[in-house]
Design a protein around this ligand. Structure first.
Ligand code: AMP
Length: 490
């Protein structure tokens, strides 16, 4: 069995690794570190959770051990698709480079240019960035990439999903041809294959098994949900979520709740809070300082429920998450793997529970095909919902836009926030309840309002109530209740 000390890593790096308590490299580390240390290009096919961040940070720190950075000329570059992932890579550097004098800067959207400019001006060994922000700095003449010796592309498949590939190509072209490239992707889509063929030179390819989704550690289940009526379905779904959380009891120490749309992330989070659950939201439209604060709170166990979108939560490394709730079936089956992979980490057990609407059954079939097993059906813990006969309003309503087939994921470039917004617009109907911050049914229940005004003058009992007319429902306009004689008089 290989141990870290067998790898040719710098002593200072080995000391920092020893402090983390790890002694054996994971398969991607064992495969990638030796060729990376020899200066070869590496193509790592591995997803988050496999230890791939250390697979590139450890050799980079060793390789950069000698030499110094010049002003505005970083010696290495790590590109990550989201701010959170970039921040996570930066944390890894802090951990493993703590006994070295290497400097780093983090270039991500949502933070001030000034501070980052100052660091870059001084000269940094490692520059960790999201592609859009890096190009912004470059275009402002604040950055020179001609001294980059090692370039890392992390989560390339996600970059592709988010439309960053043109940016990545541009960045590749701005770095020296002689640079070393370490390239990581969970899958090898044709577009990724093209990029690697163009920009990597005789790479050593290391492929590690997909993190098992049938992971024995993760207990999975899905509840098939159908609202009693279209106008109640959203609030009933949130009620179901609360019941599922409650059913888990104390075993649910903390949980990430994934929604497909950012608007739902906000609504679900607000709704949970209203019902006394300790919840916070994270998605691409929120201010970076809010995202960081929420995430830190969740990491530090100050916040029990993190309601998240896929992009914002992608690759987050929070070791002890007891539960993942999928409020929606993800429309990209791959995302299911990423979502449930947030729990059951590092040998712990985890629970992943999903809610499936009738319209998401096709997505559920896609997920089951991908993970190659049927996800056990769970009972709905909420009292049964009578399915009402269609109301007049339902009958008149135009078919809901939600029922249309979803448009495919857009591939527009730049910040994750924009892409998520585009996704949301593509998938979410405007002006539905989902876009309203306060869902009426989430309010503590009240009696139906008296509509005495409309019945004034009708046949009543003297207390503002009127007699019901059989076949006319509860809300008969008053004039209908008058006899023809009375109407003529009126
Ligand atoms: P990553 O795939 O980089 O997101 O890493 C997933 C998790 O694995 C992180 O919590 C790392 O700290 C952890 N990890 C990295 N290397 C090792 C190792 N050699 N042994 C055990 N855990 C590791």
């Amino acid at each position: 069995m290989t141990v870290f000390t067998d790898l040719n890593l710098d002593k200072k790096v080995l000391k920092a690794i020893a402090e983390t308590g790890y002694d054996t490299p994971t398969p991607i580390q064992e495969g990638a570190i030796p060729p990376a240390l020899e200066g070869k290009d590496v193509l790592g096919i591995a997803q988050t959770g496999t230890g791939k961040t250390a697979a590139f940070t450890l050799p980079m720190i060793t390789l950069l051990g000698r030499g110094r950075a010049r002003a505005r000329m970083p010696r290495s570059l790590v590109l990550a698709p989201t701010r959170e992932l970039a921040a996570q890579v930066a944390e890894n550097f802090d951990t493993y480079a703590k006994y070295t004098k290497l400097t780093k800067a983090l270039l991500i959207g949502g933070t001030s240019f000034k501070e980052q400019d100052l660091l870059i001006d001084k000269g940094v060994d490692v520059l960790i960035a999201t592609p859009g922000r890096l190009l912004d700095h470059f275009e402002r003449g604040k950055l020179i990439l001609s001294d980059v010796k090692v370039m890392v592309v992390d989560e390339a498949d996600r970059m592709l999903d988010m439309g960053f590939i043109p940016d990545i190509e541009e960045i590749f072209k701005k770095t020296p041809f002689t640079r070393q490239t370490l390239f990581f992707s969970a899958t090898m889509a044709p577009e990724i294959e093209r990029i690697t063929n163009t920009f990597l030179s005789a790479p050593v390819k290391i492929e590690v098994a997909r993190a098992a989704t049938t992971n024995e550690n993760i207990k999975q289940g899905v509840v098939m949900f159908k609202g009693s009526r279209r106008d109640r379905a959203d609030s009933e779904k949130r009620k179901l979520l609360r019941a599922l959380i409650d059913a888990e009891g104390d075993a649910c120490t903390n949980a990430i709740i994934f929604c497909n749309r950012k608007s739902d992330v906000d609504i679900v989070s607000k709704s949970l809070k209203k019902y006394g659950y300790d919840a916070g939201a994270i998605h691409g439209d929120l201010d970076q300082s809010v995202r960081t604060r929420t995430l830190d709170g969740f990491r530090d166990n100050k916040l029990r429920f993190l309601v998240a979108s896929d992009v914002a939560a992608r690759g987050l490394d929070i070791p002890a998450v007891s539960h993942v709730f999928n409020f929606d079936v993800p429309s990209h089956a791959e995302d299911y793997v990423h979502r449930i992979g947030r729990t059951g980490r590092a040998g712990r057990s985890g629970v992943a529970i999903m809610i499936c609407n009738p319209r998401d059954e096709k997505n559920l079939a896609d997920v089951e095909r991908l993970v190659n097993h049927e996800i056990p059906r769970l009972d709905d813990p909420t009292p049964s919902r009578p399915v009402a006969a269609p109301t007049e309003a339902d009958a008149e309503a135009k078919p809901a836009r939600e029922e249309k087939p979803r448009r495919s994921r857009s591939r527009k470039p730049r910040e994750d926030a924009k892409t998520e917004a585009e996704e949301a617009t593509a998938a979410a109907p405007a002006n539905t309840e989902a876009d309203q911050p306060q869902a009426t049914d989430d309010k503590p229940k009240r009696e139906p309002r008296q509509r005495g005004g409309r019945n004034r003058g009708g046949k009543g009992d003297g207390n503002g109530r009127h007699e019901k007319i059989v076949g006319m429902g509860d809300d008969t306009p008053a004039f209908i209740a008058l006899s023809f004689d009375e109407r003529a008089k009126a």
